[in-house]
Design a protein around this ligand. Structure first.
Ligand SMILES: [Zn+2]
Length: 155
């Protein structure tokens, strides 16, 4: 289950529309003792990686995202210092629906285990300048796969 403020969900959609036709991405963190996630925008490095090394990074930012490890470190560190931690990640899908793609699954795995077993992955969908749906996914031990989880949007 993902708990998110309506304002944060709105900010994620704003970012997705701004970065269209590229995917946007970011990190979700919780504070001390709270289950409410806050969003942190990240820059999508995928276009730069694709330009530098198209063989290793065949996708550009239209169908993939890559969070800068420095940004990840800074945000994780900040959350942990305030007694919280990373609760998940988000990215947008461009001109396609919100679902957890095979690419998304592959990227969320470290070898044969989930890289962040407790993380929730939020996917928001934008078609042109139009907001569409959003869904969240999380690793489930029983299914040994990512399954859809509930999103509770708070006022
Ligand atoms: Zn995706």
């Amino acid at each position: 289950m993902l708990m998110l403020r309506a304002a944060d969900l709105d900010a994620i959609f704003q970012q997705a529309l701004q970065e269209y036709p590229g995917e946007c991405c970011g990190i979700l963190t919780t504070g001390a003792g709270g289950d409410l996630s806050a969003m942190h925008k990240c820059r999508n490095l995928q276009d730069e990686l694709h330009a530098k090394d198209p063989e290793q990074y065949p996708r550009d930012a239209r169908t993939a995202y890559f969070i800068d490890s420095g940004e990840l470190f800074r945000i994780v560190n900040g959350a942990e210092k305030s007694g919280g931690g990373v609760s998940g990640f988000y990215h947008s899908h461009v001109d396609c629906d919100a679902y957890f793609s095979q690419e998304d699954k592959d990227r969320a795995m470290a070898w044969d285990e989930p890289a962040y077993p407790d993380a929730v992955y939020l996917v928001v969908s934008v078609y042109g300048d139009e907001r569409r749906g959003y869904k969240a996914f999380s690793w489930d031990d029983g299914h040994a796969d990512f399954i859809e989880v509930e999103i509770a949007v708070q006022p």
